[in-house]
Design a protein around this ligand. Sequence first.
Ligand SMILES: Nc1ccn([C@@H]2O[C@H](COP(=O)(O)O)[C@@H](O)[C@H]2O)c(=O)n1
Ligand SMILES: C[C@@]1(CO)OP(=O)(O)OP(=O)(O)OC[C@H]1O
Length: 155
Amino acid sequence: MRIGHGYDVHKLVEGRDLILGGVNIPHNLGLLGHSDADVLLHAICDALLGAAALGDIGKHFPDTDDTYKGISSLKLLAHVNNLLNDKGYSIGNIDCTIIAQKPKLAPHIPQMKKYICNTLGLSDDCMNIKATTEEKLGFTGREEGISAHCVCLIK
Ligand SMILES: Nc1ccn([C@@H]2O[C@H](COP(=O)(O)O)[C@@H](O)[C@H]2O)c(=O)n1
Ligand SMILES: C[C@@]1(CO)OP(=O)(O)OP(=O)(O)OC[C@H]1O
Protein backbone atom coordinates (compact mmCIF):
# COMPACT_ATOMS: atom_id res chain seq x y z
CA MET A 1 0.00 0.00 0.00
CA ARG A 2 1.19 3.53 -0.78
CA ILE A 3 -0.30 6.82 0.40
CA GLY A 4 -0.74 10.04 -1.56
CA HIS A 5 -1.83 13.59 -0.74
CA GLY A 6 -3.06 16.38 -3.03
CA TYR A 7 -3.99 20.01 -2.41
CA ASP A 8 -5.14 22.69 -4.85
CA VAL A 9 -6.62 26.20 -4.83
CA HIS A 10 -8.39 28.18 -7.57
CA LYS A 11 -9.63 31.76 -7.49
CA LEU A 12 -13.36 32.59 -7.73
CA VAL A 13 -14.21 35.13 -10.43
CA GLU A 14 -17.22 36.36 -12.37
CA GLY A 15 -17.85 35.00 -15.86
CA ARG A 16 -16.58 31.44 -15.31
CA ASP A 17 -18.44 28.20 -14.62
CA LEU A 18 -18.11 26.56 -11.22
CA ILE A 19 -17.12 22.97 -11.99
CA LEU A 20 -16.35 20.62 -9.11
CA GLY A 21 -15.93 16.88 -9.52
CA GLY A 22 -17.06 17.29 -13.14
CA VAL A 23 -20.38 18.82 -12.06
CA ASN A 24 -21.36 22.29 -13.32
CA ILE A 25 -22.79 23.89 -10.18
CA PRO A 26 -25.11 26.90 -10.48
CA HIS A 27 -23.39 29.90 -8.79
CA ASN A 28 -22.70 33.58 -9.48
CA LEU A 29 -18.92 32.94 -9.46
CA GLY A 30 -16.73 30.29 -11.08
CA LEU A 31 -13.15 29.07 -10.77
CA LEU A 32 -10.35 30.63 -12.80
CA GLY A 33 -7.71 28.43 -14.42
CA HIS A 34 -6.07 27.28 -17.64
CA SER A 35 -8.26 24.15 -17.67
CA ASP A 36 -11.85 24.05 -16.36
CA ALA A 37 -10.19 24.74 -12.96
CA ASP A 38 -11.87 21.80 -11.24
CA VAL A 39 -10.01 22.17 -7.96
CA LEU A 40 -11.36 18.89 -6.56
CA LEU A 41 -10.21 16.80 -9.52
CA HIS A 42 -6.82 18.52 -9.47
CA ALA A 43 -6.33 17.57 -5.81
CA ILE A 44 -7.30 13.97 -6.66
CA CYS A 45 -4.87 13.89 -9.62
CA ASP A 46 -2.05 15.15 -7.38
CA ALA A 47 -2.82 12.61 -4.63
CA LEU A 48 -2.77 9.73 -7.13
CA LEU A 49 0.40 10.99 -8.85
CA GLY A 50 2.02 11.49 -5.45
CA ALA A 51 1.18 7.97 -4.29
CA ALA A 52 2.79 6.55 -7.44
CA ALA A 53 5.83 8.89 -7.20
CA LEU A 54 4.91 10.34 -10.60
CA GLY A 55 5.33 14.03 -9.81
CA ASP A 56 2.39 16.42 -10.03
CA ILE A 57 -0.35 17.70 -12.32
CA GLY A 58 1.72 20.63 -13.62
CA LYS A 59 4.45 18.22 -14.75
CA HIS A 60 2.03 16.11 -16.81
CA PHE A 61 -0.30 18.91 -18.00
CA PRO A 62 1.67 22.19 -18.21
CA ASP A 63 -0.47 25.35 -18.16
CA THR A 64 1.69 26.65 -21.05
CA ASP A 65 0.27 23.93 -23.35
CA ASP A 66 -2.81 24.95 -25.36
CA THR A 67 -3.90 21.29 -25.45
CA TYR A 68 -5.16 21.75 -21.90
CA LYS A 69 -6.83 25.14 -22.35
CA GLY A 70 -10.41 24.79 -21.10
CA ILE A 71 -10.10 21.01 -20.92
CA SER A 72 -12.44 18.99 -18.70
CA SER A 73 -10.39 17.83 -15.73
CA LEU A 74 -12.21 14.48 -15.93
CA LYS A 75 -9.98 13.88 -18.99
CA LEU A 76 -6.89 14.73 -16.94
CA LEU A 77 -8.07 12.34 -14.20
CA ALA A 78 -8.61 9.55 -16.74
CA HIS A 79 -5.07 10.09 -18.04
CA VAL A 80 -3.64 9.97 -14.50
CA ASN A 81 -5.53 6.70 -13.89
CA ASN A 82 -3.95 5.24 -17.06
CA LEU A 83 -0.49 6.27 -15.83
CA LEU A 84 -1.10 4.41 -12.56
CA ASN A 85 -2.48 1.35 -14.35
CA ASP A 86 0.59 1.33 -16.63
CA LYS A 87 2.77 1.10 -13.50
CA GLY A 88 0.66 -1.79 -12.18
CA TYR A 89 -1.12 0.20 -9.46
CA SER A 90 -4.80 0.10 -8.55
CA ILE A 91 -6.62 2.51 -6.25
CA GLY A 92 -7.56 1.40 -2.74
CA ASN A 93 -9.65 4.36 -1.64
CA ILE A 94 -9.88 8.13 -1.97
CA ASP A 95 -11.07 10.70 0.58
CA CYS A 96 -11.45 14.40 -0.23
CA THR A 97 -12.47 17.67 1.41
CA ILE A 98 -13.66 20.72 -0.53
CA ILE A 99 -13.37 24.02 1.37
CA ALA A 100 -15.95 26.52 0.14
CA GLN A 101 -17.99 29.15 1.95
CA LYS A 102 -20.62 29.03 -0.82
CA PRO A 103 -22.49 27.49 -2.53
CA LYS A 104 -23.92 24.56 -0.59
CA LEU A 105 -22.22 21.55 -2.13
CA ALA A 106 -23.85 18.61 -0.33
CA PRO A 107 -26.67 18.24 -2.94
CA HIS A 108 -24.06 17.88 -5.72
CA ILE A 109 -21.73 15.38 -4.05
CA PRO A 110 -23.55 12.20 -5.21
CA GLN A 111 -23.16 13.27 -8.88
CA MET A 112 -19.48 14.21 -8.33
CA LYS A 113 -18.90 10.75 -6.86
CA LYS A 114 -20.58 9.09 -9.84
CA TYR A 115 -18.39 10.93 -12.36
CA ILE A 116 -15.20 10.23 -10.41
CA CYS A 117 -16.00 6.55 -9.76
CA ASN A 118 -16.91 6.04 -13.44
CA THR A 119 -13.69 7.70 -14.58
CA LEU A 120 -11.50 5.69 -12.20
CA GLY A 121 -13.44 2.41 -12.34
CA LEU A 122 -13.92 2.62 -8.57
CA SER A 123 -16.80 1.27 -6.52
CA ASP A 124 -18.90 3.77 -4.57
CA ASP A 125 -17.60 2.60 -1.18
CA CYS A 126 -13.99 3.44 -2.15
CA MET A 127 -14.65 7.14 -2.74
CA ASN A 128 -15.69 9.87 -0.30
CA ILE A 129 -16.15 13.62 -0.74
CA LYS A 130 -16.75 16.05 2.10
CA ALA A 131 -17.44 19.78 2.06
CA THR A 132 -16.79 22.35 4.75
CA THR A 133 -16.73 26.09 5.14
CA GLU A 134 -13.94 27.84 7.00
CA GLU A 135 -16.49 29.76 9.03
CA LYS A 136 -16.00 32.93 6.95
CA LEU A 137 -12.27 32.97 7.81
CA GLY A 138 -9.41 33.34 5.34
CA PHE A 139 -9.58 33.42 1.53
CA THR A 140 -12.19 30.69 1.28
CA GLY A 141 -14.28 32.36 3.97
CA ARG A 142 -14.17 35.65 2.06
CA GLU A 143 -15.30 33.70 -1.06
CA GLU A 144 -12.11 34.65 -2.92
CA GLY A 145 -11.38 31.03 -3.80
CA ILE A 146 -12.10 27.37 -3.21
CA SER A 147 -9.55 24.80 -2.08
CA ALA A 148 -9.55 21.02 -1.96
CA HIS A 149 -7.56 18.33 -0.17
CA CYS A 150 -7.34 14.68 -1.13
CA VAL A 151 -5.69 11.60 0.35
CA CYS A 152 -5.59 8.19 -1.32
CA LEU A 153 -4.20 4.72 -0.96
CA ILE A 154 -2.98 2.76 -3.97
CA LYS A 155 -1.82 -0.84 -4.10
N1 LIG B 1 -19.83 24.63 0.74
C1 LIG B 1 -20.33 23.76 1.67
C2 LIG B 1 -19.89 23.75 2.98
C3 LIG B 1 -20.47 22.88 3.87
N2 LIG B 1 -21.44 22.03 3.47
C4 LIG B 1 -22.11 21.10 4.42
O1 LIG B 1 -22.42 21.80 5.64
C5 LIG B 1 -21.85 21.11 6.75
C6 LIG B 1 -21.43 22.09 7.82
O2 LIG B 1 -20.36 22.89 7.34
P1 LIG B 1 -19.49 23.75 8.36
O3 LIG B 1 -18.41 24.38 7.57
O4 LIG B 1 -20.42 24.75 8.94
O5 LIG B 1 -18.94 22.80 9.38
C7 LIG B 1 -20.74 20.26 6.19
O6 LIG B 1 -20.45 19.12 6.96
C8 LIG B 1 -21.29 19.90 4.82
O7 LIG B 1 -22.14 18.79 4.93
C9 LIG B 1 -21.84 22.06 2.17
O8 LIG B 1 -22.74 21.29 1.76
N3 LIG B 1 -21.29 22.93 1.28
C1 LIG C 1 -4.55 21.78 -14.98
C2 LIG C 1 -3.56 22.82 -15.47
C3 LIG C 1 -3.33 22.55 -16.98
O1 LIG C 1 -4.43 22.99 -17.73
O2 LIG C 1 -3.97 24.17 -15.35
P1 LIG C 1 -4.94 24.90 -14.29
O3 LIG C 1 -6.35 24.67 -14.71
O4 LIG C 1 -4.54 26.35 -14.22
O5 LIG C 1 -4.75 24.20 -12.89
P2 LIG C 1 -3.57 24.21 -11.81
O6 LIG C 1 -4.03 23.42 -10.65
O7 LIG C 1 -3.15 25.62 -11.53
O8 LIG C 1 -2.30 23.50 -12.47
C4 LIG C 1 -2.26 22.37 -13.29
C5 LIG C 1 -2.23 22.84 -14.72
O9 LIG C 1 -1.07 22.70 -15.36
